[in-house]
Each structure stands twice: as C-alpha cells, then as structure tokens.
Write a protein that binds this ligand. Structure first.
Ligand SMILES: O=C(O)CCC(=O)C(=O)O
Ligand SMILES: [Fe+2]
Length: 142
C-alpha cells in the first residue's frame, strides 16, 4: 500500500527482486521505479524528518509492486526520534521563504495519532500550520 514512512529515516535493502516505486512530489498519478543495485540500500526520509527540516526534506510516498513470480525479500531499519523527544524545526530552517509548516510535537503523540487514524496525511492533519503565505495575502487584501 502506498504510504509515507512516519519515522525519521528508513534504510531499506532487498534481494535481487526489484519492486520499490516512488511518487514524484505533487504528482499523485505517476510512479517511478527505484532500481536498487545488488548490495546497495536506499534511505527514505519519513514524516518526522520532513517536519524536523521544516519541509526541506521531502517524505516521499512509496509502495512495492511485484511483477514477476520470484519472491522478494526486503529488510528495513526504521530510525526514529528517541523516546520523549520533541520534533521542532530549528530556527535555521525557518525564514521568509520557508515559513514554519508544522507545530512542534512529541514523536510518540504523532505516532499514536497516526495509529488511531491510519491516514496517510496524518502529519498535515496532526501538526500542519495554516499556510502563512495565504494568510499574508489575506492581510494584503483586507
Ligand atoms: O519492502 C520495501 O522495500 C518497502 C517497505 C516499506 O516501505 C516499509 O516497510 O515502510
Ligand atoms: Fe515505507
């Protein structure tokens, strides 16, 4: 099933059967295969790191599609914030071209929210801030 990872970084490896696909940013009609060379691994940015970087790192939607008969094995190492840590973009990542996208939150609270809804846009719903640019336009009009 297509999803973004909720943790910070996922490191994936597989046997020689390909199948991982990613969706380009803002194009939910296209899937691009990711060919993982033998012995290599892939690092995927998750939603927690997207929030931490104020959206400068993108948590790509991905899925696995199997096309042949051969079995695919994959392994994943799911890195996540330490217990109790707060996910908050450092001020260096926030400026007038990069307004704050997410409020600070505790990773465990975000994960509980996701598990209770299983919605893929959990990060936006749970921690998304109103679009600052739109708000500014609104002020200019009024
Ligand atoms: O099997 C894979 O390569 C992907 C698995 C995955 O996306 C996940 O476990 O979050
Ligand atoms: Fe994943």
């Amino acid at each position: 099933m297509a999803h973004t990872d909720k943790n910070t970084v996922t490191i994936l490896g597989q046997n020689d059967v390909q199948g991982l696909e990613i969706q380009p940013k803002e194009d939910n009609n296209t899937w691009v295969p990711v060919v993982i060379p033998e012995g290599a691994f892939v690092a995927i940015v998750g939603d927690a790191l997207k929030a931490w970087s104020n959206g400068r790192l993108h948590s790509v939607r991905h899925r696995v599609v199997l096309r042949g008969e051969k079995e695919r094995y994959s392994w994943g190492s799911f890195l996540m914030p330490k217990d109790g840590s707060r996910v908050q973009a450092p001020e260096e990542f926030v400026d007038k071209d990069h307004p704050p996208l997410y409020r600070g939150f505790t990773y465990a609270d975000f994960l509980s929210y996701f598990v209770s809804t299983l919605k893929d846009d959990a990060l936006d719903v749970f921690a998304g801030l109103p679009d600052v640019v739109d708000d500014r336009d609104q002020l200019a009009v009024n």
